[in-house]
Design a protein around this ligand. Structure first.
Ligand code: 1HN
Length: 349
């Protein structure tokens, strides 16, 4: 490969003339924007301990009233990408949101798509497009681009959930904004998307031959996912991963356009190398404890911990329990990469 000319190779007068005219030579920057064979990555494999986050989030509950926050969130910010930029990976935003009994978070919609993954506490709900979705531990609730959503809490204890948004990409595209609205009218069909679409292979008859709604299923209860993982494990050879994708029940495709969601069960004692791939991701521990290595960074994980996986990273996970399975929830940007035509998996390490 040839050595390309640098900026300093050019006469100062020439560089200044270019700048005056809002021009730049490509060749001094060519290898930076298009390195050979592997992308350059600023994203660091980053690990966030829930035990460390939790007291600070509860303190935010004491020192910042909900009216002063709208959403009371601590953002999991990747230091490699700049803490102030509020991104876990180049395309994925992750925050931990606290709502206290009796509080409400006002109605709005925005261009980025969001999901909630419930971490602890009972009694909160999200109203999405008029449908009241209960929030139980481990549930995944969609709030797709452009859909009204507001949160409330009828219970007695603090509720914490993880928000994942495709905000970084939409913001980079200068297309990110929100619209505020009045309190949503409740459609009085609580959780009806879950009731209607709960069994794979069975659809409400009235959906046949009709135009498909883009988001027929809004809530994926953890109890269903956990049970389905146990069933899948019993039909999966020991050398293969027990992993389920969250999909649109009508199309079988990923349930949102940019972010993808999956649940991985690690059998007792299982060590697994994930297929290296072009997608970035965030792994959240739902249950269990173990070890992880992400490129050259090793860490120990326990329940509710979260870690960021850069694009093209080498990932190894190990369940340290000899008795219990571990369950991980994974957010990635594979749906977007597939749509844009550059998603890759690398079978050799
Ligand atoms: C948002 O709308 C929520 O609705 C949470 O709970 C986090 C982060 C950035 C932009 C919008 C929510 C958000 C957000």
């Amino acid at each position: 490969m040839s050595q390309l000319g640098t900026l300093e190779d050019l006469p100062l007068r020439y560089r200044e003339e270019l700048q005056q005219l809002n021009l730049a030579p490509l060749w001094p920057s060519m290898r930076k924007v298009l390195p050979h064979n592997k992308p350059s990555r600023k994203t660091q494999p980053t690990f966030w301990s829930y035990q460390a986050i939790r007291p600070l989030l509860l303190e935010a509950g004491r020192i910042t009233p909900i009216e002063k926050a709208e959403r009371r969130v601590l953002v999991l910010a990747n230091p490699g990408l700049g803490i102030e930029n509020l991104v876990a990976t180049p395309s994925i935003y992750i925050g931990m949101q606290l709502i206290l009994p009796g509080e409400t978070a006002p109605n709005h919609y925005h261009t980025p798509s969001a999901v909630r993954f419930v971490i602890e506490g009972e009694g909160a709900y999200t109203l999405v497009g008029g449908e009241k979705c209960p929030m139980h531990r481990g549930d995944l609730i969609l709030t797709p681009s452009g859909m009204w959503h507001q949160h409330g809490h009828d219970g007695k204890e603090p509720v914490v959930w993880m928000d994942a948004l495709d905000l970084p990409l939409i913001y980079y595209l200068e297309a990110s904004y929100a619209v505020e609205g009045k309190v949503q009218p409740d459609n009085n069909l609580p959780d009806s998307s879950q009731t209607r679409f709960r069994r794979s292979g069975l659809l409400p008859y009235d959906t046949l031959g009709r135009e498909k709604k883009p988001y027929p299923l809004m809530r994926f209860p953890w109890q269903e996912v956990r049970g389905a993982l146990a069933d899948l494990a019993s039909a999966t050879p020991a050398d293969q991963a027990v992993r389920l994708a969250y999909v649109n029940p009508q199309t079988g495709e990923e349930c949102l356009p940019i972010m993808g969601f999956s649940a991985l069960m690690l059998r007792p004692g299982e060590e697994r190398r994930l297929t290296r791939r072009s997608a970035s991701s965030v792994i959240h521990v739902v249950e269990g404890g173990g070890e992880a290595s992400v490129d050259v960074v090793d860490s120990r994980w326990e329940e509710h911990d979260t870690f960021a996986i850069p694009t093209h990273a080498q990932v190894r996970l190990r369940n340290l329990s000899a008795r219990d399975p571990a369950y991980l929830f994974i957010v990635d940007d594979a749906p977007m990469q597939r749509k844009l035509g550059f998603y890759e998996e690398f079978t050799a390490p």
